[in-house]
Design a binder for this molecule. Sequence first.
Ligand SMILES: C[S@@+](CC[C@H](N)C(=O)[O-])C[C@H]1O[C@@H](n2cnc3c(N)ncnc32)[C@H](O)[C@@H]1O
Length: 443
Amino acid sequence: MSEPGKHPLGVASELATKIFHLISEGRHFPPSPRLIDRGIERAGLSGAHSARVFDVTLGILRWRDRLDNALSKALTKGSFKMPEQAKNLLRAAAYELVVRREDEPAGLVNKVVDISKHIAAPDGRIGKLAPLFNAVLRKIAGSSPEPMPGDDAGLDGFSTFYSIPEAILSKAAEQYDRIWMNKMCRSTGDRFIHHLRVNPFVEPNEAWPEALNAVRFESNGEIIWKADSLSPEIRAANIEGKIVIQSLPSQTAAIMLDPRPGDRVLDAASGVGIKAHHLMSLIAGWGDLVLCDISPEKRKICLSNFTRWNVPEPDYRLVDLADSDAVVRGFEGDRFDAILLDAPCSGSGLIHHLPEKRYTMNLELLGEFQALQKKMLRNCLTSLSPGGRLVYATCSIWAEENECVTDEVLCESEGRFERSERQVFAPCGRYPGFFIEKILSME
Ligand SMILES: C[S@@+](CC[C@H](N)C(=O)[O-])C[C@H]1O[C@@H](n2cnc3c(N)ncnc32)[C@H](O)[C@@H]1O
């Protein structure tokens, strides 16, 4: 007999149960590849078995709706009431039958029924469910396979191995080409790469870990550092404020704004101040930077970050950038030569770094985000000096929050503002998806 904790399908269903639990609690959990790796290690599986666990776990996460639908149809009374782990074992088996179209369905069903006898439930083992497992899975195995969404929508290349839910995948396919989709999908298993900046406001480099020196590379003429794991030295350097962890696309926003000597700079929507610190580093000593945000809590964290980074307390104003009167009051009619608007957004570019976003993202909220983003962009443009420049950025991959916002606002400006540059980063293990656009005042 197969113990669930020793068989790939049992391990996959246990991991999926754990991941769903973390998602439902709204907690950030370690990226699924790591969580899955650890589960495989603990179960003592390796080689082909571990690849199968990976595939099945991601498959259960990604295809849950479709699998539940197939299972509900096969359950005579239509009831799917059973412990979560049992449900996920059924989903794992259904995944093999429906999505991967297992060659020897009868053997697979026997194996799964066998595993089900060992599943621990709150009220003891749930071996009594074994006959139900047998009946349901045989029914699914005997029915003709339903077409997969990818079969007709050209998404099959991105199907079973990846854990991005169908709604997100089809939405992305409307907007991006296959190369982009491939990059996004394949990266669900990428290792993380952390990007770092050295904080120029603390005493210089002699104590930098060797590891940091070894991974230096250059981008846009600025030195950006990357490290593929957060070693204890790098963590300590972060806590001591010697470095700032900031993804490459996020660093590109301030670089694209290109603050110059004598500029008056506004960091709109400063949050806890990561980009503000970058701007401050770029204008060090010769520029004038104003920060603002609607959130007093974030302002407080930002001020304590600035102390940690050894930067004098910034001019940080609490302003609702969606309200034109509040903007006039907040800046007292002041204008800025350079504005960075890092707008609030759905965060869809983070689907690899925060995997629960794949399951919790509500696409129906995009309209609300867009309305807020347009208001904030319009109000920021009214605060731009003639001849000034603004960078609009989001960590979203959706056009609704990106080019749709800038296109509409630029169009209504009737030539007073024009786009000069745009950079779009596809989300991947190395960095989140990001949109950055530079707008110039033509006055
Ligand atoms: C993407 S975050 C900014 C992150 C920040 N730039 C950084 O690098 O740390 C967006 C910010 O917009 C702020 N925000 C949301 N609605 C706002 C509004 N109506 N007016 C001003 N800020 C707003 C949020 O509080 C949040 O801090």
